[in-house]
Design a protein around this ligand. Structure first.
Ligand code: 16G
Length: 173
């Protein structure tokens, strides 16, 4: 990924390749179960019960779908707290469409940064990385759902509430 093409400005300068001392941006590995990936997701929403077995099965199912699930994490490689060393995550899901000439649509999902690591631009960084991935895979758009209070954050990264089209609807099943 070429971060010089990234529209987001970071100060001090960081990028997916240089996320800051000891930090690493990379795809999720199955072994991240032991690095606290699931517990991190618990800072986003209710995670329910996720056994190691269930996690590994889901990971394998995702892997079977080529070019669809890009679960991206930030690892703190120097922390003494190995069991909580995954400190950020975000997922790009690429949906195949018929419209727009059989285009692809990107969805940004499950964005979370460990609250003790907030204020280091890591949320911005991981979302910027996902946007670039979506570009790389020629998605014609990328969209997300978020809480009202996060609208300014996503706007600062280039997302917009589209006039006449800003409604996200849900049916809880
Ligand atoms: C937010 C997340 C979404 C996540 C959902 C979980 C982003 C941009 N959006 O909408 O990906 O799946 O929260 O909430 O991270 P829920 O447990 O109420 O479905």
């Amino acid at each position: 990924l070429d971060f010089s093409k990234c529209l987001v400005k970071f100060n001090p300068q960081i990028s997916a390749a240089y996320p800051g001392p000891g930090m690493r941006v990379r795809p999720l590995k199955a072994s991240d179960y032991d690095r606290g990936f699931v517990r991190l997701l618990g800072q986003l929403t209710d995670i329910g019960e996720i056994s190691r077995d269930a996690f590994f099965r889901r990971f394998a199912e995702m892997k079977k779908c080529p070019n669809t699930y890009f679960v991206t994490v930030i690892e703190d490689t120097v922390t003494s707290n190995y069991a909580s060393s995954i400190i950020g995550a975000a997922t790009l899901v690429i949906e195949q469409k018929f419209i727009h000439g059989c285009a692809m649509r990107g969805r940004l999902e499950d964005v979370v940064v460990n609250d003790t690591y907030r204020g280091r631009q890591l949320g911005k960084l991981i979302v910027a990385t996902i946007i670039m991935l979506a570009r790389e895979f020629s998605c014609y758009k990328i969209s997300l759902d978020c809480k009202d209070r996060l609208i300014p954050f996503y706007q600062s990264l280039g997302f917009a509430l589209e006039p006449g089209n800003a409604n996200s609807m849900t049916m809880r099943l």
